[in-house]
Design a protein around this ligand. Structure first.
Ligand code: C5P
Length: 310
């Protein structure tokens, strides 16, 4: 059903945040090719923007750093999001999506998922589909494992493929530096390397236990950044380091600069550095750049909300 709003709105702008996994524990590969995860996501103030306006067909243009690496055809996750919503809502309208990137492309911060979540919210508002939050979350889960979190934002525990979410209580804000690299890593390639590493150990991969996150959840609830820094962990880090050995230097340098914690963001290669305060974050960013340990060093804070109309 189309609402009266659709007649008056001719452009909708939506922002969606990048994310860091504060903890990512991976179990074995499942029959559907995904790994069962226990993870804690935090949305951070590195925002992509998706602007949606009426058009005959669904089309996309991408701007900003790394835009040339993002497909501008039907394989673009934001285009697939618009098509899925149109199909579910029985809408034959098109949309022109204009994506402005700030989240590093292929960086392990769920930039593509953020764009898909933003496209769902933008097209819902543009077309007046009246989809419920639950409908949008369900479509998000079909588009990719990280898309539901990009809709929800803030901090959340993710189970299953990482898409079964429960909100996590936090206090205060955490100050981050995201050190990016001049090439990306493919998420399937990093998970495949993890499989090879697990095979080599000969030990059976165990299902991760959500109870293992209790200390991390308690540090978040207390707003204890120092404790949080010690608990940052990512099972994908050894696999990403095997594929991108230069990252070791970035991790070591950030640790030497007095960060509370340093961890690979998602499947990398972005390295997430938890600083003590905003000034410390800016100093770490400048020092990482001066040492050529990062292509960009983006200062941000979290948690922030998920995809929303601006
Ligand atoms: O869902 P999404 O398309 O973002 O996932 C990309 C790829 O990452 C999957 O095809 C899979 O190879 C890997 N993946 C995984 N286990 C997860 C999430 C992603 O193996 N829980």
């Amino acid at each position: 059903m189309t609402s009266a709003l659709a007649d008056v709105v001719d452009r909708v702008r939506v922002t969606a945040p990048g994310k860091v996994n504060l903890s990512l524990r991976s179990g074995p590969r499942r029959d559907d090719g995904y790994h069962s995860l226990v993870t804690v996501f935090q949305a951070v103030s590195v925002l992509d923007e998706v602007s949606a306006s009426h058009a005959q067909s669904v089309k996309v243009d991408v701007f900003g750093p790394g835009a040339e690496l993002v497909p501008a055809d039907a394989t673009n996750l934001a285009v697939r999001a618009a098509q899925l919503l149109a199909q579910r809502a029985g809408i034959s309208d098109g949309v022109h999506l204009e994506i402005t990137k700030a989240i590093p492309v292929a960086g392990g911060m769920a930039g593509g998922s953020a764009d898909a979540a933003a496209a769902l919210v933008a097209c819902d508002a543009l077309w007046g589909t009246g989809a419920s939050r639950e409908d949008l979350l369900e479509m998000a889960g079909e588009l990719g494992a990280d898309v539901p979190f990009s809709l929800l934002g803030h901090t959340a525990l993710g189970l299953g493929r990482g898409d079964l979410l429960s909100p996590v209580m936090t206090r205060g804000h955490f100050h981050w530096v995201f050190a990016t690299q001049d090439r990306g890593l493919s998420t399937p390639a990093v998970f495949a390397e993890l499989d090879r590493q697990m095979e080599r150990t000969g030990a059976p991969a165990l299902e991760p236990d959500p109870a293992s996150q209790a200390p991390l959840l308690s540090a978040l609830r207390a707003g204890d950044g120092e404790q949080l820094g010690e608990l940052l962990t990512n099972d994908l880090q050894p696999a990403a380091l095997a594929l991108f050995p230069e990252l070791r230097r970035t991790v070591d340098l950030a640790t030497d600069l007095g960060a509370w914690g340093v961890v690979l963001s998602g499947s990398g290669p972005t390295v997430a550095v938890l600083a003590r305060n905003p000034i410390h974050a800016r100093t770490i960013a400048a020092d990482l750049l001066a040492a050529n340990a990062a292509t960009q060093a983006v200062v941000a804070n979290g948690p922030v909300p998920g995809a929303r109309v601006v």
